[in-house]
Each structure stands twice: as structure tokens, then as C-alpha cells.
Design a protein around this ligand. Structure first.
Ligand code: RRO
Length: 291
């Protein structure tokens, strides 16, 4: 099958930020079996991330406030990409920036790397003051970022959108109009958890991004709305723990899915989910056309 011109063996990808740079999981699962690997967001310069605590468990999910911690694009290309390039699985690099120019420069950097098969443009990080979600909640800024990335690279572009907007179809149309080849839906939902003994947030930054099964119905609804509104393929993300969860996203209109929070509970979750999808497809041979 193929998405945005990226050839994949199957529709199960691993979601950015939940799979490190791939190496961390290589000991536990056969990376060759995945549809694609999406790496943790990289920025031009290294970032230390947010003050702790950065993770809180919540009913049916978790909140994170990592704050885009990463070692920068040059370190990524030197230290992580060579390992990933050994596998027969496309590597999609998630990029984030504080300015439109930073996104474009990152895209240029990655364009010269044969091992990079696509760029996922993160305009939806909820945990940084500048950039991130600021772009993805505004259709004009969405157009600016995506069109500048479009000018900077010939690689397939996947825009990763935030659910924290009133009408996601407006942002989705803007991203596609500006040159996105596919859309990843959804990034985390802004949330908060308070310790009632101290009256303080359980996260260093007060609020964070909610992921896991708690957000699955929101994600399925958004995939459904966007798949009807744009022609570009949609990749479904949000609380996928089983093959049945993934199948819900396919029925909603997704062409592929990304497994995120489930990786933290079970390192083999993505492979298990793929098998469960295969079992479903075997029982329902005419349900989907993965081409
Ligand atoms: O690093 C983070 O805090 C983070 C990012 Br970049 C993102 O896109 N989504 C998220 O929930 N956390």
C-alpha cells in the first residue's frame, strides 16, 4: 500500500513521541514488520524540554508535558538515522519549530537524506509557548508553515493537526491547499490534573496533552469529519490499543493508523494490533481496500 507516495507494507505506523527514535524499541520488536516509523519531533537546535513532572496517568489515558525535548536535527541525522536506515521500513521524521523559517530549514536538512521517506509537520504540540499548536489553530499560519515546507522539499508532507480547535475541517483544508499530501489526526487534547491535597497541577507546566483510550471517540469523530471534507489521505491516531480500535478508524475514513500510548504499556502493541487487523480483514475481506 501507499500513503502520500510513501510505500508501506501495512497500514500500522508508530506515532511520533511514543517510539523514541526507533532504536529504543528495536530490541523488543522486529522493526521490519511496521508500516512506518514516525520519529519523535526534531527541532533545529537541541531542547531540554519542560520542568518535571512531565507525565501523569489519568483515567483511560495519560497527560504529557515533555516540551519538545530532543537533541536537535544534526544529532538525529548522525546518531539515530543510520540505525533506522538499516530496516526495510519507511522512516518519517516529525519536525517542529518556533518560526515558519525553522520548519522550512528542517525540511531542507532532511531532504538530502535518502533514508527519510517523508516529513510529518507538527503544528500541534500543546506544550510549548512559541510555535507548535499556535500554528495549527490558525488556518493562515497553517498555510504559511505548510507552504514554506512545500517549497523547501520534494519529500511527501504529512501535516499533524491538533484537535484543540472549533472546526478541524477549516485547518485540514488549509493544510491540503498549502501542499500537504496527507494528514495525521489527532495530536493530544489539552488537559489538566490537580492534586487535591496541594491544590496544584500534577504537571510542571500546569496543563498537558491527553492521549490514550480517553481520546479515541474524539479522534474517530475528527477523522470522520476530515475524511469527508478533503481528498488527501488521513492517518488516524488516538487511543488505539487493539485491532478493533484501528478498524473503527478505517471505517471512519482513515487509510492508515498510528499506535502511540499503547507502546508505553506493551512494547509489542503495534505488532499485535497489526495481527488483529489482519484477522478482521480475513473475516471481512471486502471491508477495506488497502492500496
Ligand atoms: O513534546 C511534547 O510535549 C509533545 C509534542 Br512535541 C506533541 O506533539 N504532542 C504532545 O502531546 N507532546
Amino acid at each position: 500500500m501507499e500513503i502520500a507516495g510513501i510505500k508501506m507494507k501495512n497500514p500500522v505506523m508508530v506515532a511520533s513521541g511514543t517510539f523514541g527514535s526507533g532504536k529504543e524499541y528495536g530490541e523488543y520488536i522486529d522493526l521490519n514488520k511496521l508500516g512506518a516509523i514516525v520519529t519523535k519531533s526534531v527541532t533545529l537546535k537541541p531542547r531540554e524540554g519542560n520542568p518535571p513532572p512531565r507525565i501523569v496517568e489519568t483515567p483511560a489515558g495519560m497527560l504529557n508535558s515533555i516540551g519538545l525535548q530532543n537533541e536537535g536535527v544534526e544529532f538525529f541525522l548522525k546518531e539515530h538515522l543510520p540505525f533506522l536506515s538499516k530496516f526495510d521500513t519507511p522512516v518519517i521524521v516529525n519536525i517542529a519549530g518556533e518560526t515558519v523559517e525553522e520548519y522550512a530549514r528542517l525540511a531542507k536538512f532532511l531532504s538530502g537524506e535518502p533514508a527519510v521517506k517523508g516529513i510529518e509537520v507538527n503544528i500541534s504540540c500543546p506544550n510549548v509557548k512559541n510555535g507548535g499548536m499556535c500554528f495549527g489553530i490558525d488556518p493562515k499560519l497553517t498555510i504559511e508553515v505548510i507552504s514554506s515546507v512545500r517549497k523547501a522539499t520534494r519529500l511527501p508532507i504529512i501535516a499533524k493537526l491538533t484537535p484543540n480547535v472549533t472546526d478541524i475541517t477549516v485547518i485540514a483544508k488549509a493544510a491540503v491547499e498549502a501542499g500537504a499530501d496527507a494528514l495525521s489526526l489527532i495530536n493530544t487534547v489539552v488537559g489538566m490534573s490537580i492534586d487535591i491535597e496541594t491544590g496544584k497541577s500534577r504537571l510542571g507546566t500546569q496543563t498537558g496533552g491527553l492521549s490514550g483510550p480517553a481520546i479515541k471517540p474524539i479522534a474517530v469523530r475528527i477523522v470522520y469529519e476530515v475524511a469527508k471534507a478533503v481528498k488527501a489521505p488521513v492517518i488516524g491516531i488516538g487511543g488505539i490499543m487493539t485491532g478493533s480500535d484501528a478498524v473503527e478508524f478505517f471505517w471512519a475514513g482513515a487509510k492508515a493508523v498510528q499506535v502511540g500510548t499503547a507502546n508505553f504499556i506493551d512494547t509489542e502493541a503495534s505488532i499485535r494490533i497489526l495481527k488483529e487487523i489482519e484477522d478482521y480483514v480475513h473475516r471481512h475481506p471486502r471491508a477495506f481496500n488497502f492500496s
